[in-house]
Design a binder for this molecule. Structure first.
Ligand code: C5P
Length: 321
């Protein structure tokens, strides 16, 4: 429900544990307009869900802990907070508040999407937490209702609920599914240190102010060459149509990313671009063998923290256990 919906009484479900998987994403296209008064940039973006999968397991708590939300990482990571600032915890709290649930939950998080890498791993965690708690608590919100809550948590949170390939408008949160055929073979090169999305958008604004043409108020539309490439399952045509308006800003903040992109392309990628706000580099390979060669070259180079192979598109968040 949006605002104004009456809180529903919790239904006592019989489940004690719900496991949900949700995918990370790559932006195949991202065009940003001038920021609005609220600081957000109007976007046209094309998301593709990739087989780097976050897993959230939600468990009922002992009665004496009622109302608290805890988060544990299966592998502790200093870059991932486990307090109430974690987006998955905020997601569970928002659902509890919206649905009028007094129950708490223990969330266990297994991360496979690079942290602060421009692949929306934290957003996938939040989407997974919404779906898991909705099932655990028996709150019965529809996918549309969960998607509304997701958009309140962050611009990238609705997409992992939907998955596959989709166009995002507005802040990137108003989604329309896009027809895509075939499987795409990606290599994602992560950096040891993440980049902050707000910092990259700020540098985008600074670069636009410094340029003689500035930035258009409205973002560009998705080019027909990109939708045709997806419809045809044509990786080479998709590679040629990849575009990210945030790339120049990410490269300005992290110039060495240009070397990673050049290496990926010389090792056999059709094209390499900055993923979202970076610093992950997404390299599209023509086939799995080429993806392996690109990943090996990147891993041997010492230029990246890790090169991960992942195919796409994959489904959105779903209950798996
Ligand atoms: O919505 P979310 O919290 O994920 O956005 C993080 C930050 O990224 C925002 O605070 C804003 O600085 C920037 N952003 C933006 N325009 C968008 C989406 C995000 O400027 N459409």
């Amino acid at each position: 429900p949006g605002t104004g919906a009456a809180p529903r009484p919790p239904r006592s479900g019989s489940m004690t544990k719900v496991r949900v998987e949700a995918p990370g994403k790559v932006n195949l296209f991202l065009s940003a307009g001038a920021p609005a008064a609220d600081g957000y940039h109007p976007l046209t973006t094309v998301f593709q869900a990739v087989r780097l999968i976050e897993t959230v397991t939600a468990r009922r708590q002992a009665a004496d802990l009622h109302g608290t939300i805890t988060l544990t990482l299966d592998e502790p990571d200093p870059d991932v907070p486990t307090d109430e600032t974690n987006l998955a915890v905020r997601a569970a709290a928002l659902l509890a508040e919206t649905a009028g649930v007094g129950d708490g939950v223990d969330l266990l998080l297994r991360k496979r999407v690079p942290v602060a890498g421009g692949m929306a791993g934290g957003s996938a965690d939040a989407a997974a937490a919404l779906l898991a708690c909705n099932a655990l608590w028996g709150t019965g919100l529809s996918l549309t209702e969960l998607t509304e809550l997701a958009a309140r948590l962050g611009a990238d949170v609705p997409f992992p609920l939907l998955g596959a390939t989709a166009v995002g408008h507005g802040r990137g949160d108003r989604l329309t599914p896009l027809m895509a055929r075939g499987t795409y073979h990606w290599v994602f090169a992560t950096a040891a240190e993440g980049l902050s999305t707000p910092a990259v958008f700020r540098r985008f604004d600074e670069l636009a102010e410094a340029s003689p043409t500035g930035v258009a108020a409205a973002p560009a539309e998705v080019p027909a060459s990109l939708t045709a490439a997806l419809r045809d399952g044509d990786a080479a045509a998709l590679a040629a149509a990849l575009h990210n308006d945030l790339q120049a800003a990410a490269l300005d903040l992290r110039p060495q990313l240009a070397d990673v992109m050049a290496l990926a392309e010389s090792a056999g990628a059709l094209r390499a671009i900055v993923s979202g706000s970076g610093p992950t580099i997404a390299a599209l390979a023509p086939d799995p063998a080429a993806a392996m060669r690109v990943a090996n070259a990147l891993n041997a180079s010492g230029l990246v923290a890790e090169a991960l192979r992942a195919d796409a598109p994959v489904a959105g968040a779903r209950v798996v256990g």
